[in-house]
Ligand binder design. Structure first.
Ligand code: PLP
Length: 398
């Protein structure tokens, strides 16, 4: 039977020692060993079932890891203090000096800045390509290429990567295929199409309440253990550890992810269809007008829709700013970066989350200055929201 990510989360259940319906939260940074030899064996990497120190793992971080690896259908997972903590650790674990990366050019600004500006000083070079153009992906491969990196659905243009085709290229050329699935948890299960490593910012949909930053890596047990290795592991040595208390609260929020994703998607599709009928330039993968609509339809777990992100091009930054301020004044959402919150969030991508990308590169990739990204919230009455948004838009555009 096909892996169902929502059922997989539900089937991972914990109680506490007293039968409490939530797991106990581990409140310790260090752990006792009954036998001195066990401590030595743990540090030597010969004993993997003991807790030694919470930068490595804790009972609470492990529970969140188990639920996330169940969701992604991977052997294991590791959680991090932020999405960037997860992404940078994966890259530094897999690439050493003189290695080469091929990355989609439309990725999260921080990931782009890390590969473009930070890694060259460590002699790791990246080619940024149009990930929807498989020929250019192949053409960028060099003998020293180690990693193929993309987002399942890209930020902010919402292009869909053909995961199966990319995996084939990766396999033929011995590359590790890493997919950032932050925009589409449950909607897409990248391992269904062969992704080797799935990375997340937990900060967004998965936690969903915009009250913490966090990240995760899902992959094979070997890879996750390499990240946690006390001598060579990027997770262990760079120390980007998620706190136990936060792990427990993210795990609680993960429980409602299936119904939240359903509603985010339903509301986003409603707004996208209405805005498109109104003649606005809308990008939403659930619309037939979207260039990746068919591909996206073949990759999604249908019951979760096309996720909650859409963009509207309001023509100029002046229009975009006025409309966002009016919508905020009417309590239709918040003028804020980030996504996956229960309340709608909007921002002009070019001057905010993608500002690391130069104006020339932005225009080359079709990121216009009037482009507003909406992370559509869980509004109960989306028809009312639409009517109110429409009047804000009409006041500025007509
Ligand atoms: C936010 C985001 C990140 C970075 O995550 P943080 O938790 O902010 O460090 C990475 N990738 C994508 C697609 C994101 O949206």
């Amino acid at each position: 039977m096909k892996h169902n990510p929502a059922n997989a989360i539900q089937d991972v259940h914990y109680t506490d020692a007293h039968g409490g319906i939530n797991p106990a939260i581990s409140d310790s940074s260090t752990y006792t060993f009954k036998k001195a030899q066990d401590m030595a064996d743990t540090f030597a990497g010969e004993k993997l079932d003991a807790f030694l120190y919470s930068r490595h793992s804790s009972p609470s971080t492990n529970q969140l890891c188990e639920a996330l690896s169940a969701m992604e259908n991977t052997e294991a997972a590791q959680v991090f203090a932020s999405g960037m903590g997860a992404i940078t650790s994966v890259i530094l674990q897999l690439c050493k000096a003189d290695d080469h990366i091929i990355s989609s050019r439309t990725i999260y600004g921080g990931s782009y800045a890390f590969m473009k500006n930070f890694l060259p000083d460590f002699h790791i070079k990246t080619n940024f390509v149009d990930i929807t153009d498989l020929k250019s992906v192949k053409a960028a491969i060099k003998p020293e290429t180690k990693l193929l990196y993309c987002e399942a659905v890209s930020n902010p243009l919402l292009e869909t990567a053909d995961l199966e085709a990319l995996k084939k290229i990766a396999t033929e050329n011995n590359l590790t295929f890493v997919v950032d699935n932050t925009f589409t948890p449950l909607v897409i299960t990248p391992t269904d199409f062969g992704a080797d490593v799935v990375v997340y910012s937990l900060t967004k949909f998965i936690n969903g309440s915009s009250d913490t930053v966090g990240g995760a890596v899902c992959g094979t047990l070997d890879f996750v253990n390499s990240l946690k290795d006390v001598n060579n592991g990027a997770a262990m040595l760079l120390g980007q550890t998620l706190d136990s208390l936060r792990s427990a609260s993210v795990l609680k929020n993960l429980r409602t992810l299936p119904i939240r994703m359903e509603k985010h998607s339903e509301n986003a599709l409603y707004l996208a269809e209405k805005f498109e009928k109104d003649g606005l330039k809308v990008v939403y993968p659930g619309l037939e007008s979207h260039p990746s609509h068919d591909l996206m339809s073949s990759q999604i777990n249908k019951e979760f829709g096309y996720s909650g992100l859409l963009t509207v091009d309001f023509g100029s930054i002046e229009n975009a700013n006025l409309i966002m301020e009016k919508m905020q004044d009417k309590n239709l959402g918040s003028l804020a970066v980030s996504l996956g919150f229960y309340r709608t969030l909007f921002s002009a991508s070019g001057s905010s989350t993608s500002s690391e990308i130069s104006p020339e590169e932005q225009s080359e990739m079709g990121l216009t200055e009037g482009l507003v990204r909406f992370s559509v919230g869980l509004d109960f009455d989306i028809k009312r929201t639409y009517q109110m948004m429409k009047s804000c838009i009409d006041e500025v555009m007509s």
